[in-house]
Design a protein around this ligand. Structure first.
Ligand code: SF4
Length: 344
């Protein structure tokens, strides 16, 4: 089906936000147990991860992505769990990279499986850039935070492999939790300054219901900026596009750029153009989603492209999400999807 893109776009939600980003979670599994995302106490050997038969196949993901692109999506990000635990991810990346209209193709990974060969294979399959999660530069603290005793050195090497494979700009995401790794804020900046790698600090978020989130454990973005600015003066950088999640700064001495993601203290829901596809084909319209819409049953009941497109359009047109703006007025402990299931 060739839907006439021009006549269909943009589809807007109830807040006038269009659909531009699709985050595709290809697995709910991960080989880390980061304490702020997938605490071991919950995600243990008794936990029921999705059986393979329930996962969308690569062809199903590619078909859905093509339909999302026909609705205005330009930017695709592969997430998880840990996306590289899904075998042969390059095959899917090549399928998606060949869809006309896809302007950006990124991957978020913990780096543990990002070998030199894998980085090269992902690049040649069409991946444009990589974001690696790294929360500390002290090996003992890093091992404690990933909670599987995974060594820091291997992730630092993976970041180098990503740069060498030209998966640029390589970004590094650091979740900052008070009382845990805030003392790593400056050492992380010192390590990545003047490398071309963009370090982004993320405020600790109340994603899902299992990470024991408390407001007092959040280090506000403003405090992180203040600490950095006292050490290396910073200046703001205008956003590349309105829907960007990070607020950008550059060092006045020209030694690079950093970003701050402030979903708690300075929500950015007003510009949120992101949809999320779960590994089993559920469409979430917010990271803090409490409900979702089933696309897999449509796919597997031979629904036409036109039917699926109008179904997605209906969901987006009725979208009202702005969780981060109303977080404090909501009842604590609301049932929310886990970030490890739909990606950050
Ligand atoms: S809280 Fe939901 S609506 Fe707001 S920016 Fe995050 S994903 Fe978008």
């Amino acid at each position: 089906m060739t839907m006439d893109r021009a006549t269909m776009l943009p589809i807007l939600d109830t807040r006038g936000r269009h659909l531009e980003d699709l985050r595709i979670s290809v697995t709910d599994r991960c080989n880390f147990r980061c304490v702020y995302c997938m605490p071991k106490a919950v995600f243990n050997s008794q936990f029921h991860f999705l059986p393979r038969a329930e996962l969308l196949t690569f062809d199903e993901i590619a078909r859905l992505t093509r339909l999302f692109v026909s609705l205005g999506v330009k930017k695709i990000r592969f997430t998880g769990g840990e996306p590289l635990v899904r075998r042969d991810l390059e095959v899917l990346i090549r399928q998606i990279s060949e869809i006309p209209g896809v302007e950006d193709l990124a991957l978020t990974t913990n780096g543990s499986l990002l070998t030199k060969e894998k980085a090269v294979a992902l690049k040649s399959a069409g991946l444009r850039r990589v974001t690696v999660s790294l929360d500390a530069l002290d090996d003992a603290l890093f091992r404690r935070m990933n909670d599987v005793n995974f060594p820091l050195a291997k992730v630092l090497t993976a970041i180098d492999f990503a740069s060498q494979a030209q998966l640029n700009p390589v970004k590094v995401n650091m979740v900052v939790k008070r009382g845990l790794n805030e003392d790593a804020i400056i050492p992380m900046a010192a390590y990545f300054r003047n490398t071309g790698i963009i370090l982004r600090y993320i405020e600790f978020m109340d994603v899902g219901t299992t990470n024991g989130w408390r407001l007092e454990d959040v280090v506000p973005g403003a405090e992180i900026i203040r600490r950095l600015d006292q050490r290396w003066p910073l200046e703001p950088v205008p956003p590349t596009r309105p829907g960007d999640v990070a607020t950008r700064y550059r060092y006045r001495d020209g030694k690079g750029e950093i970003g701050i993601i402030t979903a708690v203290t300075h929500p950015f829901c007003h510009n949120c153009t992101r949809a999320r596809l779960s590994p089993e084909g559920l469409l979430y319209t917010c990271l803090f989603g409490q409900s979702a819409s089933d696309l897999r049953s449509l796919l597997r009941s031979q629904a036409s492209d036109r039917d699926i497109v109008s179904y997605i359009t209906g969901i987006w047109n009725n979208r009202t999400d702005h969780y981060s703006e109303i977080r404090r007025s909501l009842t604590p402990g609301l049932p929310k999807i886990e970030m490890s299931h739909i990606g950050g």
